[in-house]
Design a binder for this molecule. Structure first.
Ligand code: ZN
Length: 213
């Protein structure tokens, strides 16, 4: 007779604990602009031109660049990432902040309350933003299908092991972002990527911290 206390065996109850790999993308400093800001900086009716399509569907690095001007310094040739958005957002690294003389907080994209502003200079005009400068929180994009396959959910915090043999790093505090508009990819900024010696084509090994471990 079978032991009535033995747990039922169902393949649906086994958690996904196996580490999974995703491509790594290092995001250089860039700016997202509203239609209104594009007009101010590049001229009325200007439409952003595609320089390079990014791996996230529909997103592109534009031909257009601006100069960022902070209290202590400026950074020229900063790429616009299109298409246009509802709100202006400037994503820089901690190293860039020091060059510009700013202290922007670590934020998820779109969470722009209580962030510093900055001046932008384009070929057709200047624009003083009163907020919108952030250090991007390290994050991993996945589609809903990939999230289901990998056992991940939106806003979950995971670890990501990345980098060259000499400078390999494990990043904590990587937030999972799930959207039908996304494709599996870990996004780091240039400080993070350089610290780990990330090279084009690198993969990250994701893992989920054990509760209480
Ligand atoms: Zn991203």
């Amino acid at each position: 007779m079978s032991d009535p206390t033995s747990p039922p065996t169902s393949p649906q109850t086994s958690p996904v604990t196996a580490p999974v790999t995703v491509p790594v993308a290092v995001s250089a400093r860039h700016v997202h602009l509203s239609e209104h800001s594009i007009a101010t900086l590049f001229g009325a009716g200007h439409v952003l031109r595609v320089h390079t399509w990014l791996n996230q569907p529909g997103q592109f690095a534009a031909e257009e660049t601006v100069t960022l001007v902070g209290p202590k310094g400026s950074l020229p040739h900063v790429r616009i990432v299109g298409p246009a958005r509802a709100e202006d957002q400037v994503e820089i690294s901690r190293t860039d902040e020091i060059a510009l003389g700013l202290n922007a907080p670590v934020r998820l994209s779109g969470e722009l309350a209580h962030t510093p502003g900055i001046e932008l200079i384009g070929p057709a005009g200047r624009l003083m933003l009163d907020h919108g400068v952030v250090l991007a929180q390290r994050h991993v994009h996945v589609s809903p299908a990939e999230a289901a396959r990998l056992g991940l959910h939106d806003h979950q915090i995971v670890q990501a092991a990345v980098g060259s043999p000499e400078r390999a790093l494990v990043f904590n505090d990587v937030i999972v972002r799930v959207s039908p508009h996304y494709r599996a990819e870990l996004h780091l900024d240039t400080d993070e990527g350089n610290a780990a010696g990330v090279q084009p084509g690198d993969q990250a090994l994701l893992s989920v911290a054990e509760p209480g471990a």
